[in-house]
Design a protein around this ligand. Structure first.
Ligand code: GNR
Ligand code: NI
Length: 173
């Protein structure tokens, strides 16, 4: 497995709508494994392919705690087939928006249909952190970041701060 570079906002590649995969073959399986490696290395609980510059509808999540056995989930072409009427507001972070956090309201429970790493169609019902994380990753496949749920002013402040940090990093190396 290989670690990939995680794109940081603002980056136009994070704003694109990703393409469905035709089938999960060795190339996609390898991408999923590399994404899990990258995500675990960055101590994240989820990662979507656009975050590593691949415009495909592929995501991985693992909400196991560090003292628990890993529980990786690999998904291609995920679709929400049901969501609960009740929603909850939880603070989110994003590996593409380092050190930025904000509360986002989303449906509490979802049922998602996807293609797994063996190219089988599966369904999964999720609540709690897993539900939040899958929805956050699915947003990435449509070019949506959690800052897009904030006011335009808050979003601009966060993106300007990140752009400035990147310019400073660029001169100091
Ligand atoms: O690591 C992550 N933590 C997190 C916390 C609350 C809600 C969503 C997330 S996903 C994030 C990793 C990431 O950026 N995935 O795209
Ligand atoms: Ni994210």
């Amino acid at each position: 497995m290989a670690k990939l570079e995680i794109l940081i906002a603002p980056d136009p590649r994070l704003k694109k709508v990703a393409q469905p995969v035709e089938r999960v073959d060795d190339e996609i399986r390898r991408l999923m494994d590399d994404m899990l490696d990258t995500m675990h290395g960055a101590r994240g609980i989820g990662l979507a392919a656009p975050q590593v510059g691949v415009s495909k509808r592929v995501l991985v999540v693992d909400v196991a705690r560090e003292n628990e056995d890993p529980r990786p989930i690999r998904m291609a072409n995920p679709e929400i087939v049901w969501e609960s009427d009740d929603s909850i507001c939880v603070e989110e972070g994003c590996l593409s928006l380092p050190d930025q956090y904000a509360e986002v309201e989303r449906p509490e429970r979802i049922r998602v249909r996807y293609i797994d790493h063996e190219n089988e169609i599966r369904e999964l019902e999720a609540d709690g952190l897993l539900s939040k994380c899958i929805q956050h990753e699915m947003d990435h496949l449509d070019g949506v970041l959690f800052v897009d749920y904030l006011s335009a002013l808050k979003r601009k402040m966060i993106l300007r701060k990140l752009a400035k940090t990147r310019r400073q990093d660029a001169v100091s190396v």
